[in-house]
Write a protein that binds this ligand. Structure first.
Ligand SMILES: Cc1ncc(COP(=O)(O)O)c(C=O)c1O
Length: 419
């Protein structure tokens, strides 16, 4: 079927959950996607932060090929070779003790929320005072199921489905006094993204995350770091919280973990894990043999190819180029991010829309989030030539569509840092 026929069929048959771009991709190669007519697109979005090793990575193809011939699914009623191996790698990389595998980001968050409630219940049964409230942050995005959406800040995601999970309160982003005012022994968890993704690539401040750590430690509540977008190397470290010298009690992973196959994970401390017993939580598909084998291949390839070093190097290069672009175009009000989780905030939503459309015309895929923010989540294997291509395109677009005074921002701060 060609694009027009697919569009017509989907319009009739699918729930209208998505507004898709009118492109039909049929293949991927490295950092490029190829459409039905052979058009090549530079992909700076990687399936919203999923295709970290790009398209057609031989290690991923080989793992899928080999494991699919052996065993694809077995359920969690039986053992298979993959989960313990992968749990070992993930717990070593994260500093956590135990893992629970699921299929997506939102499921990892559900597992973390259930764990926080069960953990508080366990403490109460020991005579401690610990409530059921979850503190989340303004601009947060944690997913679309009833628990994760309750902790997602934008009202438009929650309101049509009310009442969502009760007992969630939002804290003003990076506002330590608001956190202190809202945190109490009523809180069973503080849930945060060390670098907010959907919310516009906003790193939390060191002061804020450290305050969240101290407060939760003081009562025994859990600090949950949602690393679904920022985790597994995206920011140049395995986990974004590692930039802050803070160790949470729980962390969640999904997007890049299994090279594009659905896999999520919730990792936690031994103490938190004590709250979960057989039958309390589970999943049919989660942590299946195929997804685990591919995740191991992704991990191995990242280590063998020194991918974290590359993310740091190319991320710095990209960041510098964006900063230079900001010096030249006053329409860019801020450049933010860490590693290859980057954003340029613009002075208008209209310009951001235009920039996105113009990039698409030039066959470069980026994304707009929080109305005014251009978000870059490229594959980790991005090269300098790809950064140069994207920057040259953005430069031309801003020159044409927002030709304001060059150098207007030359004296202002160069973006958000974590310090
Ligand atoms: C930080 C964060 N948490 C949770 C989710 C939800 O993940 P999923 O779409 O796999 O359910 C996302 C998805 O974008 C995310 O960025």
């Amino acid at each position: 079927m060609r694009l027009d026929a697919i569009k017509a069929a989907e319009a009739k048959l699918l729930l209208t959950t998505y507004e898709r771009y009118p492109i039909l991709f049929v293949r991927g190669e490295g950092v490029h996607l190829i459409d039905e007519n052979g058009g090549r697109y530079l992909d700076l979005l990687s399936g919203i932060g999923v295709n970290a090793l790009g398209y057609g990575h031989p290690a991923i193809e080989m793992a899928i090929d080999e494991q699919s011939r052996k065993l694809i699914h077995i359920s969690n009623l039986f053992f298979h070779e993959g989960q313990a191996e992968l749990a070992l790698r993930l717990t070593e990389a994260s500093g956590m003790d135990r893992a629970f595998f699921c299929n997506s980001g939102t499921e990892a968050i559900e597992a973390a929320l259930k764990l926080a409630r069960a953990h508080a219940g366990m403490r109460r049964s020991e005579g401690k005072v610990l409530g059921t409230k979850v503190l989340a942050l303004e601009h947060s995005f944690h997913g679309r199921t009833m628990g994760s959406v309750a902790a997602t800040h934008k009202e438009k995601y929650r309101e049509p489905f009310a009442p969502v999970m009760p007992d969630v309160e939002f804290v003003r982003f990076n506002d330590v006094s608001d956190l202190k005012a809202k945190f109490s022994s009523d809180s069973c968890a503080v849930l945060l993204e060390a670098v907010q993704g959907e919310g516009g690539i906003r790193p939390v401040s060191r002061e804020f995350i450290q305050a969240a750590r101290q407060l939760t430690q003081s009562t025994g509540a859990l600090l949950i770091a949602d690393e679904i977008q920022s985790g597994l190397g995206r920011t140049g470290k395995w986990f974004a919280y590692q930039h802050y010298d803070v160790q949470p009690d729980v962390t969640t992973l999904a997007k890049p973990i299994a090279g594009g196959l659905p896999l999520g994970a919730m990792l936690c401390t031994e103490d938190a894990a004590q709250a979960i017993h057989p039958g309390m939580h589970g999943t049919t598909f989660g942590g299946g043999p195929l997804a685990c084998a591919v995740a191991m291949a992704v991990f191995d390839a990242m280590e063998k190819e020194h991918v974290l070093d590359h993310v740091n190097e190319i991320g710095n290069y990209f960041r510098q180029k964006l900063d230079q672009l900001k010096q030249k175009h006053s329409a860019i009000t801020e450049v933010r991010g860490l590693g290859l989780m980057l954003a340029a905030e613009l002075d208008s939503a209209e310009l951001a829309k235009t920039a996105l459309a113009e990039m698409m015309k030039r066959r470069i895929l980026i994304n707009r989030t929080s109305e005014t923010v251009l978000r870059f989540l490229p594959p980790y294997i991005l090269g300098k030539q790809h950064v140069d291509e994207a920057i040259a395109a953005l430069d031309a677009i801003f020159t044409e569509h927002s030709p304001a005074t060059a150098g207007e921002h030359a004296q202002t701060e160069g973006g958000t840092h974590i310090g």
